[in-house]
Write a protein that binds this ligand. Structure first.
Ligand code: P6P
Length: 338
């Protein structure tokens, strides 16, 4: 058996080394990212054994989104809250699984960060052993002291200080940005550490794949239908056709496009103009990562990062991935409205 590599670059070492380029950095953000990595390891340990520890299936409740909560949703939500609620680095949290913002206990110091997360995105994939993910978004608080408020979490994506996701797939990967590029870490289960595996990920400007749920084709605007037919290869003089890949878990579809190039679409529909995906803890964090990797993310027209949220659980149409592919969709939509 090969001995483990003793010169691994753990996520802790990498974050600290990155932080050194910011003399004013206090280390709190580094520690917060490490807290989230701990939460991810706890979730990974459950996801890995889901079929064995009787944690698959419904929790017998419906979440704020009106979706049936899976036991793992509840577990993942608790794991993330517990990894951050006692550290004094956070003033408020918000989760896809909870209607209101999550306060920090009185007796705990209230730190300078507000953290939002989707604890287990795509959790219905668990039952058939398909990938699922965690998405997180970190802001500096706007309020001066004490309990964080809704205002601290309803900030435009452009204000994020960090964002990332964990993909529980064939391996467990944590990908994050603090505005200094996008970096990926793979969990080495033999030592229980996230180790640097993808330094400075760059998204190809034109992708090989497009990801969309084609069963909704009839629900989209004519212009959106034309854009997707472009990806089918109907207009080779304008855009090359692409391979279709759709896993049904946003993090997994996004990650493939980040690494190999591609575009993911969840359009609005006539009956659901804002689509299904949430702005604050799904679209915004992934948009920060996409832009940092040289990609783009819009609601079809406007950059996701410029949208000022009005409500915690508000939804947004999403077109995200390789820059040229996202721009192609925006161009066709503009033509469609001319
Ligand atoms: P549909 C999972 O439920 C999720 O929120 C995302 O992870 C995924 O991209 C999308 O919904 C899939 O939705 O309508 O295609 O099943």
């Amino acid at each position: 058996m090969a001995f483990p590599n003793t010169s691994v670059i753990t996520i802790e070492r990498f974050i600290i080394e990155k932080e050194r380029s910011y003399p004013e950095a206090t280390g709190e953000l580094s520690n917060l990212l490490y807290d989230i990595a701990l939460g991810a390891k706890i979730i990974a340990s459950a996801v890995r054994r889901a079929g064995l520890i009787n944690i698959i299936g419904s929790a017998g409740a419906v979440n704020v989104q009106g979706e049936e909560q899976q036991q793992l949703d509840v577990f993942a939500n608790d794991a993330l809250k517990n990894s951050m609620s006692h550290t004094g680095r956070v003033c408020v949290m918000a989760s896809e699984e909870e209607e209101e913002v999550i306060p920090i206990a009185e007796e705990i110091p209230h730190g300078k960060y507000a953290v939002l997360f989707d604890p287990l995105d795509g959790s219905s994939n668990i039952d058939n052993n398909n990938p699922v993910g965690t998405i997180f978004s970190i802001y500096r608080r706007k309020s001066m002291e004490g309990h964080g408020t809704l205002d601290d979490v309803l900030q435009p994506g452009r204000s994020q200080v960090a964002a990332g996701y964990v993909m529980y797939g064939s391996s467990v990967m944590l990908v994050y940005t603090t505005g200094q590029g996008v970096h990926g870490f793979t969990l080495d289960p033999t030592i229980g550490e996230f180790c640097l595996s993808h330094r400075d990920i760059r998204m190809p400007e034109t992708g090989k794949y497009y990801s969309v749920n084609e069963s909704y084709f009839g629900r989209w605007s004519r212009a959106m239908q034309r854009a997707v037919r472009g990806f089918h290869g109907d207009w080779p003089d304008r855009i090359q056709g692409k391979n279709s890949r759709y896993i049904g878990a946003l993090v997994a579809d996004f990650h493939r496009n980040l690494v190999s190039g591609g575009v993911f679409l969840y359009p609005g529909e006539v009956a659901r103009p804002d689509g299904k995906l949430r702005l604050c803890y799904e679209a915004s964090p992934l948009a920060f990562i996409a832009e940092q990797a040289g990609g783009a993310a819009t609601d079809g027209q406007n950059p996701i990062l410029d949208i000022v949220p009005r409500k915690l659980h508000q939804r947004t149409p999403l077109v995200i991935g390789s820059k040229n592919d996202v721009e192609f969709v925006a161009q066709v939509l503009r033509e469609g409205s001319e």
